[in-house]
Design a protein around this ligand. Structure first.
Ligand code: IMP
Ligand code: MG
Length: 203
């Protein structure tokens, strides 16, 4: 595949290419790691008919590829969440806007997460799912930014550790853009600065 000087595939829209400073993890590296994760999960859950649970929308690409890399009987379901307010989000509270359709009581649940940053959202959701008494509950995360962690959560299956930088692509967005890139890239500092300004604005 032909790429630009920055290593970005030429099929990527120009507006995206301009905003990306570099490719952090390319498509091939992502896919190879996800195949390994799927093989490990398939070994551990062979006769357990697990339910893979994901939170929309960031996990969309990872979920699709992980499911295909896990060749055992399994089910999949999704939740959607929204923040009550920035301060509520800082404590991990979220509002469930779409709950699971599948009853997870007595089932083996693999919670599939795109990226763990502070871990607050994940911590809240795991606590909620535990009240439904699944037979087991483990986390498979594609990315982990351990330097931002506020609560103690270690995913059983992990794709990559990430440095403390904002990344986009492969499902991850900046203002709902960049999800549809098959690799993970770093935004130009201008775009990141804009994001930090937003964060520091009083709520
Ligand atoms: P936290 O672990 O509760 O802080 O929230 C993690 C969520 O923040 C993820 O599910 C993403 O939606 C979002 N997030 C964290 N870091 C990034 C990033 O680098 N790029 C895009 N989204 C991110
Ligand atoms: Mg997410």
């Amino acid at each position: 595949m032909s790429t630009t000087k920055k290593g970005i595939p030429e099929t990527i829209p120009e507006t995206y290419r301009k905003a990306i400073s570099r490719v952090l993890i390319d498509e091939e590296t992502l896919q190879a790691r996800i195949r390994e994760m799927g093989a490990a999960i398939a070994r551990d859950y062979e006769n357990k008919n697990p339910v893979f649970v994901g939170v929309l929308k960031g996990v969309l690409f990872f979920m699709a590829d992980l499911l295909q890399a896990t060749p055992i009987p399994l089910s999949v379901d999704f939740m959607s969440i929204a923040s009550y307010s920035p301060s509520a989000r800082d404590q991990g509270y979220v509002r469930i806007t779409k709950d699971l359709d599948i009853c997870i009581e007595g089932r083996h649940v693999v919670f599939v997460e795109d990226i763990i940053d502070t871990g607050l959202t994940l911590g809240y959701l795991l606590k909620l799912l535990r009240t439904r008494t699944p037979a087991s509950l483990e986390v498979a995360a594609l990315f982990d930014k351990p330097s931002h962690r506020l609560i103690d959560i270690g995913p059983k299956y992990l794709g990559f550790h990430l440095p403390d930088i904002f990344v986009v692509g492969y499902g991850l967005d900046y203002r709902e853009q960049f999800r549809n890139m098959p690799f993970v890239g770093v935004l130009h500092p201008d775009a990141i600065k804009q994001k930090q300004d937003e964060r520091s604005r009083p709520s």
